[in-house]
Design a protein around this ligand. Sequence first.
Ligand code: HEM
Length: 513
Amino acid sequence: MTSILVYITYAIVVICAGTMGSTKVFQRLQECLLWIRQVVCSFNYLFNGADVIESGYVKAKGKPFIIDTPGRKHHMISIKSLMNELNKVPVDVFSLHGVAKDFLQPKDTMHGFEWSNIRGVEGTGFVRALRHILTSKLPDIYPTLCSHISHELRTELLNHETSPGSYQISLYDTAKSLVAKTNCLVFFGPRLASDQAFLAAAATFPHESALAAEIIRFMPSAFSRWVARKATKNYRAATSFRAQLYDEVSQRMAHFRNGTSKHAGSSCNDGLQWLVETSLANQEWDVDRMVGEVMGIWYGSVHTLSIAVTYALSDLYTRPEYIDDLRRELASTPLATLHAKPEDLPCLDAFLKESARLSAFESTSVRRQALKPYVFQSGLRVDTGDWVCVPTRSVMRDPDRFPEPMKFDPYRHRSTASADDTGASTRQRYFVDSNKEGDGTLIWGLSRISCPGRFYAALVMKLVVATFVEDYECELPQPCAKRSYQWRSSIIPRRNVFLHVRDRSNLSSTSSI
Ligand code: HEM
């Protein structure tokens, strides 16, 4: 509609200018209208980004296309050759950190913390440590994680009891709280996880920072910082979270350097401690740097995982036909007997993978900011400051890649009993599988930069969904109601999507909600 209006005005101006016979006026007006069109498109992107990208993808038929966003161009690429080239371009040309800095505005939201634009100089060691920790330590923490999630979910429900054994919860708020508490225990240990002031600051920090970063990106710089401060009460959550983290990290680093960390007791057997030990063994970081890196990871891990859990539960209760299969699987393989392996609970694994494919909450991934101009072999030119992105959500809904893409079918990821073309039997594509070549799903990114937290994220999602399925009977009162809204390229859950929950132990085998 807005584009049509712009084109009509454009036509009128062309006619008027033609009648006046003035080429200069005509050129000025033409430039002005092109600028207005760009501004209108950019604003349209803010509120309908996912739809704008989807329609661009469909029109482009595999070719690169441009999305105008406020302040910068996004070049969308989706064919394998371009994705593979993007993946191989040196890190001083395309930057993941440039994108992260734009999203998070760490200079303001994280007390002046600055990542280097060029990822991989020293940060890679930290990511490698994180990947190692969030994979190899999972079997050790699995029993704790299992009982913690069950206990915290119970507490959350009891806070929203409507009658004995019945509860009504906001899906998104519950997921946020559950994920923040779980991540807090795993990252910072039981002492800090039970400190209510720390937990409250840690849980609020990601949302507070996201709000402030949006204000800073969106409003004119003359007063954006002032508004961001007002909106976040002078970055109250970030300041408190950072101060407590700073003390904790200082102590742990000092213990590590003095060789006394092993005497600090069981409270130090957590993600922060493992990161301090593995990272400091390889590089000399000061406390500020360590705290900044941990805050950055905390932000990403809480935000993404809360949304993924919300959509997994909402997919489950809009498609209750899968619940019997999941219950059968859990009855034959109780959670307590598992060891946090990717192949655990294959039915649930396939369900989560399908949920992540069809309910992807980010329309783009593999986002890189150009630190200098670059021309792809195909001739695609990207200027400094522009972004290159893969329109992941559209790619994962493309009929050429996924037959009947809009059909929610977890079994498309399951192993087939028959042999494939080569005669070898095909194995299930697990939820945590990374994508090396640009085929299949792009849930965790692509090749060189695949999410290091995916084993942990997938495990938490399995445990949350399994706990709901095993212990509760649930109903989404309005399964067809709108469950999300768009902001830029994200699809964010609405807080007013509620789930009715009842204890299974209170229900007779024949009763229903
Ligand atoms: C369902 C939840 C999650 C999803 C869908 C997800 C997805 C992704 C994707 C797509 C990327 C690649 C970004 C790109 O190339 O542009 C990524 C990177 C990353 N993720 Fe996740 N993630 C999730 C949870 C987590 C968690 C829980 C953690 C930490 C505990 C984490 C830590 C990271 C880090 C540190 C990177 C950057 C890796 C690097 O620099 O090489 N993520 N994630």
